[in-house]
Design a protein around this ligand. Structure first.
Ligand SMILES: C[S@@+](CC[C@H](N)C(=O)[O-])C[C@H]1O[C@@H](n2cnc3c(N)ncnc32)[C@H](O)[C@@H]1O
Length: 327
């Protein structure tokens, strides 16, 4: 650490003790330094253990304590709008297999909540319409940010931007038109799509758009203020039609398991582990970041409910169908 930074840090610390003029000058920095100090120590100790030790059971129990603390003490981030086309390919494979099972010419309603600049919605729609062009598919994309929705409507992404990372003109046929330095979503994927600036937690969505066969709620719930996470999950789960599917990630596991079970959702076990493992950033962020996800542990009771990121709402009138489609 540079000498200047050390003396600056010491000056701030001294100011905290002596309450001299410096604390008036740097109050934010002083408070931040003190608040982050335990986190930095924990991070250093955890990283020092190395991967093999971290994967041992007793150490993971310590990891769970660290994570619990992170969830309690860390400020939830100002929401990032990070998104990417085909962010979780296994999830989309489950989606593809699901629509392949549908009746000829059936209607399908898709809702993507917290859709950011549209990559997730367009990826899902491409998957559905490529696998089953005969289905009558409509989609709604909802985000709280006007800027995100404007970008989604525009459907144009600079080559080299994070949204189109790893995608070439030929990776997904008929997804994009290449124009100069941009990828632009093709017209056939924009048909039947409605975009809206709104909160995904709003109960008014049900009245406005009705029940949906497929609801995506990825990567925003855990960033909401803690007290909003559970009511928001309840509200958006209410959008899912009987026998419909909910794709949900970045959410408190205990809240998810308790609530979805009480509302009659069953975990979809197809590709469960692949879908979970593909969220590499969240896996690597555990246990130090509140949004990190714990190592998948099949010895835990009801582990499929805990780790599933895809759920089907049981159809009370046709329970055997919900069972069948969960495979
Ligand atoms: C990290 S991005 C995730 C985008 C996409 N779902 C994905 O997984 O790639 C989170 C998005 O959720 C949006 N968001 C946050 N809170 C929201 C809320 N209450 N209702 C709707 N959108 C919200 C943010 O504006 C941001 O675009």
């Amino acid at each position: 650490m540079p000498k200047g930074a050390i003396s600056h840090g010491l000056r701030i610390l001294r100011s905290i003790v002596t309450r001299d003029e410096v604390i008036k000058e740097y109050p934010d920095k002083a408070i931040l330094l003190l608040r982050e100090f335990p986190d930095r120590i924990i991070q250093k100790l955890w990283n020092a253990l190395g991967r093999p030790a971290q994967s041992r059971r007793p150490v993971q129990a310590i990891g769970r304590l660290i994570h619990r603390r992170a969830r309690r003490t860390q400020d939830h981030e100002a929401l990032s709008d990070y998104t990417r086309f085909f962010r979780n390919p296994s999830q989309l494979e489950v989606l593809r297999d699901t629509v392949l099972d549908m009746d000829e010419g059936a209607k399908l309603k898709l809702a993507v909540l917290g859709c950011s600049s549209g990559a997730e919605l367009y990826s899902a729609l491409w998957t559905i319409r490529t696998a089953r062009p005969d289905l009558i598919t409509s989609a709604i994309g909802i985000d709280i940010s006007r800027t995100c929705i404007d970008r989604a409507i525009d459907g144009t992404y600079p080559v080299g931007s994070r949204a189109v990372e790893g995608i070439t003109e030929t990776t997904y046929p008929r997804l994009f038109n290449m124009e100069a330095d941009t990828f632009t979503v093709q017209e056939w994927l924009r048909e039947g799509v409605t975009w809206k600036v709104a909160s995904a937690c709003s109960a008014a969505l049900l009245a406005e758009f009705g029940l949906q066969d497929l609801v995506f709620a990825d990567n925003f719930l855990c960033h909401l203020p803690k007290e909003n996470e559970e009511p928001c999950l309840r509200s958006l789960a209410g959008l899912v039609a009987p026998n419909g599917m909910l794709f949900v990630s970045c959410v408190d596991f205990d809240v998810k398991a308790r609530m979805l079970a009480s509302l009659g959702f069953v975990p979809v076990t197809a590709r469960l582990e692949d879908v979970y493992m593909e969220d590499r950033a969240a896996r690597e962020a555990w246990p130090l970041k509140y949004w990190g996800i714990e190592p998948l542990d099949k010895r835990r009771p009801a582990w499929t409910t805990r780790y599933a990121r895809i759920f089907r709402r049981a159809d009370s009138e046709r329970p055997e169908k919900a069972e069948h489609s969960a495979r």
